[in-house]
Design a protein around this ligand. Structure first.
Ligand code: GLN
Length: 244
């Protein structure tokens, strides 16, 4: 299995390196660095996006989140959409391109926003970036929202995660306090300040967090429906909160 993964990674490297400079890249691969950071990009929803150690490498599951949001956005007419904790900009950019619409996106990390900005330019997507924690930028700028999408940090510090993730990806984008629920709570607590009357909130979650995120949503928002949805590997991975 390991040999297979390595072979496919080497194939990936060959796309970007020639035989004179691939040696160094293979050394980094063998030292446990993700191939996406070595080549400096990743394919997300058909778009080639830059990544570096300041942003999480967008995951396949997050493509499923984007797909679900695209489907559910049909319930709205020209919705205002925000992506909270955008990182590389993957969610915001793919939504903007696929729906051919404007998206607001934010992150607390200036270094991540630099990567997002580059990706917005290289894909010519219609995304406005804000720097700030969770919903603060939207509250401050009085932006009223129909669809809120977020893949926030959700891993608890005590959770065992793969070395390749733990040793390379930004902990700021991975870990959250309070059983990994800190940022769902922060968003849901403030959500009513920015949401329009009819709304959709779409979260990526850790596989054990569905019921707990549902409970937090019901604590702060009334007359809502909450749907916990599985990803393709049948793990609870998304929560949708909506009122239509
Ligand atoms: N899904 C990522 C992982 O398993 C974590 C993403 C996140 O914390 N938002 O590493």
């Amino acid at each position: 299995m390991i040999a297979l993964i390595k072979d496919s990674n080497i194939e990936y490297l060959k796309k970007y390196y020639n035989k004179d400079n691939i040696k160094d890249a293979i050394k980094r691969l063998n030292a446990g660095e993700p191939v996406q950071y070595i080549v400096g990009n990743v394919d997300f929803y058909g778009y080639e996006l830059d990544v570096n150690k300041n942003v999480l490498i967008p995951r396949r599951e997050t493509e499923e989140l984007v797909e679900e949001v695209i489907k559910r956005s049909k319930n709205f007419n020209n919705p205002t959409i925000i992506d909270v904790g955008t990182g590389s900009g993957a969610i915001a950019i793919s939504l903007s391109k696929e729906l051919n619409c404007h998206i607001y996106a934010s992150d607390i990390s200036g270094a991540a926003l630099k990567v997002a900005k580059k990706n917005i330019c290289k894909t010519s997507s219609n995304v406005t970036l804000y720097k700030g924690n969770m919903l603060k930028p939207y509250i401050k700028n009085d932006i009223k929202v129909d669809i809120l999408v977020s893949n926030p940090p959700y891993i608890d510090k005590t959770e065992k995660i793969e070395d390749i993730v733990k040793n390379n990806e930004p902990h700021l984008a991975l870990y959250a306090k309070n059983k990994g629920l800190e940022f769902y709570e922060s968003i849901l607590k403030d959500a009513s300040k920015i949401l329009n009357d009819k709304f959709l909130i779409a979260f990526e979650i850790g596989q054990e967090q569905g019921e707990m995120v549902k409970k937090i949503a019901l604590k702060y928002l009334s007359n809502i429906k909450v749907e916990i949805k599985k990803d393709l590997s049948l793990k609870n991975r998304f929560v949708f909160v909506y009122n239509f």
